[in-house]
Design a binder for this molecule. Structure first.
Ligand code: G4P
Length: 532
């Protein structure tokens, strides 16, 4: 048995984070480079499944492979010095889904990865908002500095102006975007010079130069870099741990992930300044310290990861205490015992049995049929963490089984996808149970749902998009009136919430005007929901 002190110590050396970025900013490349630097893998290329490289970690669904997108997420763990880094993979597709938010609910810090030539892109902004709502500290990484891009000062201004968060550079690039020589290292006052290695397949060459040597070798580029950094520092844009943790400032680093430039700096930064796990607050508002009895939160459920076993993996973030495989925990939602014999670490296709885990770690519980997203497992005194919010859907379609002989499989599949949060499921007497309305935050959720129903449940569906664009919660009193209105409809979500759909804002406005105040209420929006 380990003592509370051991657990506290293990928690203190954990850093649990996710990379948020717009597709193509280099998330997969950076993940691979981070793992390489942490010596988790011998050569870059073992993680990322693109091109000729060996795909091990992500892209395991057929659909993902054919489209080169990563829809699923799990966690990669590696150790740097004495710090254990848990990197949670967020879905990489352009579309926006609830799944990404769930992953963000399980991290203590985010790395916002920008493409130097593009700056802030739509997906980055949405994900940043999700972090802001949870007050998650964000480290900014400006990637692809080996390619022509924007001025570094302009990129920092954009962060300040559009995100309202003050960027505080931890280093500064020597050489314009497209000519990345190295970085000013404010700790030494000198320069870390990078050299390329063929294909970026091994660690990048690094050389520490003092200021004189840097000036001699890099002349005006060195001067420009030091002047710009001085300018920022003198205007107060200096890293401050307190404002960073309060998500008011964001430290900034520059990388060329494909060349492994700047990646070591990111690892060191994550190890040094990213916050360790802290006490989670339960539904009663009570904080459970990290060294209390075991508790964990299910932030994601995934079925069909292993075709041959038709399994269902529930991903649990350890919130407090020590997880020991084989222990029988309590499922807070039902009070039933939950045995943890099949606990694994899962990243893409790679799986390993996990025997123990500490706060901040992610455990994949295999064949966890009783567990749903938002559930709590615990030992000792009971605890229930607040469930994850559902998001306001913006896309709606009816789903119908093509072959009515497969109705049973269809119903089971829909129920499963609903529980996993792949889509929200809305039903009404009028439409009947055989024709539910699927509601999604982004339309790709429909594709995923349809693909999975067909391939995992043998239930091919016909999806008919509906012309609704807005959803509101509606009171039981007002529901019949709204349902009778042209251009509107009321359905029930599986959690019992009555949802009114409207074709447009105008229709919503006119319906609302005729109803008593409070009859229609906004569903939770992406920005506000995750606030604690
Ligand atoms: P994502 O997961 O965020 O979607 O991005 P991913 O890592 O797949 O990178 C997208 C493209 O950007 C890839 O090129 C990748 O090689 C490239 N890239 C990533 N980081 C850097 C960088 O620091 N510098 C440069 N120049 N390129 C970078 P691709 O041609 O789409 O794929 P691939 O065939 O190279 O794998």
């Amino acid at each position: 048995m380990s003592s509370d002190a051991d657990v506290a110590q293990e928690a203190t050396r954990r850093r649990t984070f996710a990379v948020i970025s717009h597709p193509d900013a280099g998330k997969s490349t950076l993940t691979e480079a981070l793992a390489l630097h942490a010596h988790a893998i011998a050569e870059a290329g073992a993680v990322h499944g693109k091109g000729s490289r060996r795909g091990v970690v992500s892209d395991w669904l057929d659909m993902e492979q054919s489209r080169g997108i990563s829809i699923t997420s799990a966690a990669l763990q590696f150790t740097v010095d004495d710090v254990v880094l848990n990197l949670l993979d967020t879905p990489g597709h352009a579309d926006f889904s609830e799944d990404t938010y769930r992953v963000l609910s399980a991290v203590d810090c985010a790395v916002m990865l920008l493409d130097a030539s593009k700056g802030l892109e739509p997906q980055t902004l949405k994900l940043f908002e999700a972090c802001r709502a949870r007050r998650t500290p964000v480290i900014t990484v400006i990637n692809k500095w080996d390619r022509p891009g924007q001025e570094p000062l302009a990129l920092l201004d954009e962060i300040q102006d559009r995100l309202g968060i003050t960027p505080t550079p931890l280093n500064w690039p020597v050489g314009i975007a497209g000519d990345f020589r190295g970085v000013v290292n404010p700790q030494t006052g000198g320069m870390t010079q990078y050299t390329r290695t063929p294909g970026g397949a091994t660690l990048a060459g690094r050389e520490e130069l003092d200021a004189d040597e840097a000036a001699r070798r890099h002349g005006v580029d060195w001067e420009t870099a030091t002047e710009e950094l001085d300018l920022l520092h003198s205007s107060g844009q200096v890293h401050d741990q307190e404002t960073f943790l309060a998500a008011m400032t964001t430290p900034v680093l520059f990388t060329a992930a494909v060349l492994n430039f700047g990646v070591a700096e990111l690892l060191d930064t994550a190890a040094q300044i990213a916050p360790p796990p802290s006490a989670w607050v339960d539904v009663e508002g009570t904080a459970r310290p990290v060294d209390a009895d075991f508790s964990g939160f299910i932030f994601k459920v995934q079925t069909g990861m292993d075709r041959s076993h038709r399994d269902r993996v529930a991903f649990m973030r350890v919130c407090s205490g020590k997880f020991e495989r084989g222990a029988v925990l309590t499922h807070a939602a039902t009070g039933r015992p939950f045995p943890t014999k099949y606990a694994q670490s899962v990243f893409g296709r790679e799986r390993e049995t996990i025997d123990e885990a500490f706060p901040g770690d992610v455990v994949g519980l295999v064949n966890a049929h009783a567990l749903n997203v938002g559930d709590t497992l615990h030992a000792g005194p009971a605890v229930t963490y607040p469930p994850l919010p559902r998001f306001t859907p913006e896309h709606f379609a009816t789903a119908r089984i093509r072959d009515t002989g497969r109705s049973k499989q269809f119903r089971r599949g829909i129920e499963m996808l609903d529980q996993e949060g792949v889509v929200q499921v809305l039903v009404s007497d009028r439409r009947g149970a055989q024709s539910p309305v699927l509601a999604a935050v982004g339309p790709m959720q429909f594709e995923v749902a349809s693909h999975r129903l067909q391939h995992e449940f043998g239930a091919e569906i016909v999806l008919e998009p509906l012309s609704y664009a807005l959803a509101q919660r509606v009171s039981a009193e007002a529901a019949p009136t709204v349902d009778r209105t042209h251009g509107a409809e009321v359905l029930e979500r599986t959690d019992g919430v009555l949802v009114a759909l409207f074709v447009n804002r105008w229709r919503l406005g006119s319906v609302a005007a005729d109803l008593p105040e409070g009859s229609l209420m906004p569903m939770l929006g992406s920005g506000e929901v995750l606030g604690t």
